[in-house]
Design a binder for this molecule. Structure first.
Ligand code: ZN
Length: 63
């Protein structure tokens, strides 16, 4: 993924994917308005808005 090469400094959010019971990371989008990513197992899309309670905690539960 070229996204990983130039995003070393990009902020990420640790997230627990309840759908598959796996831990993963989701990264900030270009605009910096949300963390977006996918479950590593089932590729379910996850999105956490920046500025909500999700950003103050490193750990977020996707449901
Ligand atoms: Zn999943």
């Amino acid at each position: 993924m070229d996204e990983e090469k130039n995003s070393n400094k990009r902020q990420f959010l640790g997230i627990w994917f309840e759908c598959c019971h796996v831990y993963g990371r989701i990264y900030k989008n270009k605009d910096g308005t949300a963390y977006v990513g996918r479950c590593p197992k089932c590729l379910r899309a996850v999105r956490v808005r920046v500025g909500t309670e999700g950003t103050n905690q490193r750990f977020f539960r996707g449901s």
